[in-house]
Design a protein around this ligand. Sequence first.
Ligand code: NI
Length: 256
Amino acid sequence: GTAVTRGPARAGAGVPVDDAMIARYRQDGFLVLPPITSDTELSELRRIYDRLFERRRSLEAGDFYDIAGRPGGDSGPTLPQVIRPEKYEPRLLRTAHFLTSRVIAGRLLGEDPDRLDFFGHMILKPAVHGSETPWHQDEAYMSPAWENRGLSIWMPLDEVTLESGCLHFIPGSHRGAVVRHFHLGYDPAVRGLATDEVDPADAVLCPIPAGAATVHDCLTLHYAGPNRTARPRRAYVLVFKAPSRPVAGAASRDWC
Ligand code: NI
């Protein structure tokens, strides 16, 4: 039969994160991981990914949107996302990719992997027209009323290069606070946030092969360039968060 009988990955065996990598992650706020999936699974993930973007109009409201565009804009999506793809394709939660990522997240956050909150999304940078992802901290999208301790494991399904939109990180920026952000184009109807409180000269670029991944803290400043190649840049991002605690007397953010 084809029933999946594997339980959740309990052991850390085979998980490609050692103590030196954990120390580097704590220092820099990001880390490049070796492959976290197999070639066979990668082919299956690409099929699932493409099918979800093809059937985007049948997804529930809010589960597909263009982070760079206005709702209902007619220019065509340039940074389309599928939110919570696991809702439509539950087998994504039984992959080596997911189970390995959750163990890695637990190690890096110093938490029991089973206690982590999880949120998945797929970000597509279409060939030639895929827009840049401006500098931001993921924390800027989160509520300041909660203490957020989390990270993103960003895995491309296609090799990412400087030309196709690899990630850029500012080392150590996760040790600072949330900097001032604004909505793209200063248009509150656009979901995407950006900041200009960053010096790109400090950035470390992370071109990686398909199936490898980068991890970054929710406070790490990061950016991805436009996709100028003739191939799409498909990325699948898993966000893991430690259980949150409310922040007493949290200041509001003027871009929220
Ligand atoms: Ni981000």
